[in-house]
Design a protein around this ligand. Structure first.
Ligand code: PGA
Length: 248
């Protein structure tokens, strides 16, 4: 039985005060230990949130990570820096990074590898655009996104990784994939991994992301291959994020 994981992606929102308040609100409402839970916060707030989550089940993550270990890479944040601040997770390949900031399949693979080199669990985001879905390219796109990483790090590296399926057309649009649409792709991803390593396929957490909310989370999480969620907008409010967490 896989343990579920719910991850909040705060994106570029909030102030130091609102971030601290949100983290405190989440910790206060966790209650029974139903699943793994983490928040991926803006880089500059990581030290403050790290202090708050220290003795709680709430884990901390970053929203990206450098594709190099160190050196002349102005503006980048390395895996060792994030490790020093107790980041346990790092998003890699979020569609906003891919589409607005030019993160490629190759650089995403390098980021994945850098995270793991420091013992940070990469959350590899994959997903198709609306146009790609309409052209029946969903699975081909996912194959390419997964292969770029598998080719660099090898399938055993997925033993300590998470995959998030986030259809680009569902992110921040209010348009969620139906339970069946999401399950179809999750099942496809698990089979793709299983063809290379059954043990890893059985173990790996595959999260759904894209307009997941308290009122649709339960249905999504009830699907056999959906092991939790990567939550954007709805993770900015402690109450709605906790409702989603408690629906696993
Ligand atoms: P959303 O974002 O829940 O606001 O659609 C999800 C994500 O981008 O991770």
């Amino acid at each position: 039985m896989r343990r579920s994981l719910v991850v909040g992606n705060w994106k570029m929102n909030g102030t130091r005060a609102s971030a601290e308040l949100l983290a405190k609100g989440i910790i206060a409402g966790l209650g029974s230990d139903v699943a793994d839970i983490a928040v991926c916060v803006p880089y500059v707030y990581i030290p403050y949130i790290a202090d708050l989550v220290k003795d709680s089940p709430l884990a901390l993550g970053s929203q990206n990570i450098a594709d190099q270990a160190s050196g002349a890479y102005t503006g980048e944040i390395s895996a060792s820096m994030l490790k020093e601040l107790n980041c346990q997770y790092a998003l890699v390949g979020h569609s906003e990074r891919r589409s607005y900031y030019g993160d490629t399949n190759e650089s995403v693979a390098a980021r994945f590898s850098q995270a793991q080199a420091q013992g940070i669990i990469p959350i590899l985001c994959v997903g198709e655009t609306l146009e790609q879905r309409e052209q029946d390219q969903t699975f081909a796109v996912i194959d390419e996104q997964l292969d770029a990483v598998i080719n660099l790090v090898g399938i055993p590296a997925f033993y300590n990784a998470v995959i998030a399926y986030e259809p680009v057309w569902a992110i921040g649009t209010g348009k969620t994939a139906t339970d069946e649409q999401a399950q179809e792709v999750h099942c496809y991803i698990r089979k793709y991994i299983a063809a290379k390593d059954q043990v890893i396929a059985d173990k790996i957490q595959i999260l759904y992301g894209g307009s997941a909310k308290p009122d649709n989370a339960k249905g999504l999480f009830a699907m056999p291959d959906i092991d939790g969620g990567l939550i954007g907008g709805a993770s900015l409010d402690a109450e709605s994020f906790l409702k989603i967490y408690h629906s696993v």
